[in-house]
Design a binder for this molecule. Structure first.
Ligand code: COA
Length: 145
């Protein structure tokens, strides 16, 4: 993983290890359950082959993001009480994904505008079997092509 642990606004951003798995399972079970059930085998693989970052308020996990080796963002979730404080943006800026599949029909709303705000552009709209995904790319990559 290409980043060191750092502190920002009193929160710790650090790499996730297998020891954190119970915390991620509990966190996603509460705040992501209506959209997607995260399972332990999936996390073990993602920690091994991808990049995973957790944000902690003291020992409490309050945000989580992960990305594959192909630079595609896999997951991003901020605790509802901590939203709107740039934590989601900070995670994306650290992971620096090239591509994002923004699921428009999440129970918490469509995050597409969030990604647009932080520098991503839709390249394919309403894709997938359910036509509920916007494929987005980092704006500066688009400018290079
Ligand atoms: C989407 C999510 C990750 C955003 O995280 P966050 O920490 O609340 O967002 P930030 O505070 O970093 O927001 C950065 C900017 O985007 C804006 N923004 C955030 N969510 C937004 C939304 N849903 N619509 C429009 N703008 C939004 C913020 O106002 C902020 O703008 P500013 O720079 O003008 O102040 C968070 O709301 C979340 O966990 N949602 C549920 C899960 C989810 O949808 N994950 C994405 C999976 S594809």
């Amino acid at each position: 993983m290409s980043f060191e642990t750092f502190e920002k606004d009193g929160l710790i951003y650090r790499k996730i290890t297998e020891d954190d798995i119970p915390k991620i399972l509990a966190f996603t079970d509460i705040f992501l359950r209506r959209d997607y059930l995260v399972r332990k085998p999936e996390l073990i693989v993602k920690i091994k082959i991808g990049e995973m970052i957790g944000v902690f308020d003291k020992k409490k996990l309050i945000a989580w993001g992960s990305m594959g080796k192909n630079k595609k963002l896999w997951n991003l979730l901020v605790h509802p009480k901590y939203r709107g404080k740039k934590i989601g943006e900070n995670i994306v800026m650290k992971l620096k994904p090239d591509y994002i599949r923004s699921k428009m029909d999440q129970s918490t709303g469509d995050p597409t505008k969030f990604y647009e705000k932080i520098g991503y552009k839709i390249i394919q709209e309403k894709i997938g079997r359910k036509k509920n995904i916007n494929l987005m790319i980092k704006e500066d990559l688009l400018e290079k092509n």
